[in-house]
Design a protein around this ligand. Sequence first.
Ligand SMILES: [Zn+2]
Length: 368
Amino acid sequence: MNTSIQIGKVMGIPVRLHITFLLIIPWVAYIFASVSDTYFGWPYGFGGVQPSMTRWAYSLAFAVLLFVCVALHELGHSYVARAYGIVIRSITLYLFGGVSSMEEIPRNPKLELQMAFAGPGTSGALAIVFLFLYYQSAAILGIENPFTILMSTLWIVNLTLMVFNLLPAFPMDGGRVLRAWLATRMPYVAATNRAASVGKMFAIVMGIFGLFSGGILLLVIAFFVYIGASEEERATTINICLEGIRVRNIMSDDVHTVPPSMSLRELTDLVFREKHRGYPVVDGEKLLGVVTTADIQRVAESLRQTTTVGDVMAKKIFDIGPDEEATAAMKKLTELGVRRLPVIENGRLVGILSREDLVRAMELCSGR
Ligand SMILES: [Zn+2]
């Protein structure tokens, strides 16, 4: 399901909005239209702005600008990543911030440290800009002017974005900073585990605090932080474990193949019997293509007796070598959007690697 929409490109990177973000914009506008308070003397919220048309216009403008600030924070990360030659596929903005989809980040603490700091750094710079604009506006338009309040509110939220993201807890940037720093003095997995437990501890403290103060939002954030920390820990452990594993170790070498002359009716029977969803098509030892149940479904029932596997198979074959790493196989499967890859050695089909094989290997990894 496509749950995000592309809203534009910045630095050549597609920026997408997740549907949850579309819900949060009116919600943020509503919250900030209802409050009017000060934070260490800086005004925030448009609750006191009259008439109500102006109040809502400013609240909505603020919500949209807040989203722009979150996007800029994320672009800050991307900018540093790109400077190191990492390809960024897209940026998606979710309810609780942005997520960049990029190539695997090389395990380089220096790069990770710079990348992690770039986001909060951008938020910090934005905070300073809005603080400056606030003082200018207060001097020219007055402290009660809604534009002055808008600048002040933006300064406060950008400052909060910076501080919140520097908390040393995954999935916040501070968690990455902590891991990168720890990784300079211990193995990567140990550093990840240590950083993840700090993150979980933070989440628990936040959760308890939220529970006793009745702060629902804090509870929700604590929950996300806890999940984020556990996910990061698991992903890193699995990736490192998979690194030592070759395709040969996890592929199925008991390959069932079909000849191109087989009819689709016969293939359907075979699929029912063996419960495989796809077969390599071979002529002798030569791989000609791959046929899957989806290829059968494209042909009308009445024509399946006379149509052969050779007529419908996918001839563009993506394969993989038996000595390639399992992580490379996982990347290939994901990028190509296929469920299985024929394993070819010296032009011969020696096995087949499916997503299920990888999942099994990952389960063994995480069980360690
Ligand atoms: Zn960030």
